[in-house]
Design a protein around this ligand. Structure first.
Ligand SMILES: [Mg+2]
Length: 175
């Protein structure tokens, strides 16, 4: 269980993901979390930087879907202007929404990258399906709900146990 919380890679933000390398490895689809991955949890809309990033990666052939545990109102208001397929109330780490998103993207687990800011939802869900998982640092800690705050406390415990097991990737982490 603990090992399933370890992302395949960690980056500061979505913009640091080496998509050219992942493309060469055969990845074609991105299932991304919304809150604190693409924008802060209190930011209703995409930033110009995010809009430009999405445009450029989709032009390069990437297929993108948003899978969020947040509600329909939040996720649709964010995703519809971007013309990105989305699933709300996804109950990550449950596999169901990831599988549905891959159907929408027409990709399989080997071709799909999962991106998110939480180990217990995004990373665990993607790893359990054998997908490539990328953990980003949360955009902002403001406005997070009680479940997310609870998950972050569990994350801290998991990270400290993983450190003891010698997972050096967390050395510089201040999560
Ligand atoms: Mg999130």
């Amino acid at each position: 269980m603990l090992n399933k919380l370890v992302p395949k890679e960690m980056v500061e933000s979505i913009y640091q993901i080496d998509l050219d390398r992942l493309w060469l490895q055969g990845k074609r689809g991105i299932i991304t979390d919304l809150d604190n991955t693409l924008v802060g949890a209190e930011d209703p809309l995409a930033t110009p930087e995010l809009v430009a990033w999405l445009k450029s990666i989709r032009e390069r052939g990437w297929k993108v879907a948003i899978v969020s545990n947040n509600n329909r109102t939040r996720v649709s208001a964010f995703a519809e202007p971007l013309n990105v397929p989305f699933l709300h109330s996804a109950r990550k780490p449950s596999a169901r929404a990831f599988v549905q998103a891959m159907q929408a993207l027409q990709t399989d687990t080997a071709e799909t990258v999962v991106v998110g800011d939480q180990m217990l939802t995004d990373v665990l869900g993607g790893n359990r399906l054998g997908m490539h998982t990328v953990l980003v640092k949360p955009v902002s800690l403001a406005g997070e709900g009680i479940f997310t705050r609870f998950n972050r406390r569990l994350e801290k415990i998991a990270v400290s146990r993983l450190k003891k097991q010698g997972h050096h990737m967390f050395k510089e982490e201040k999560r």
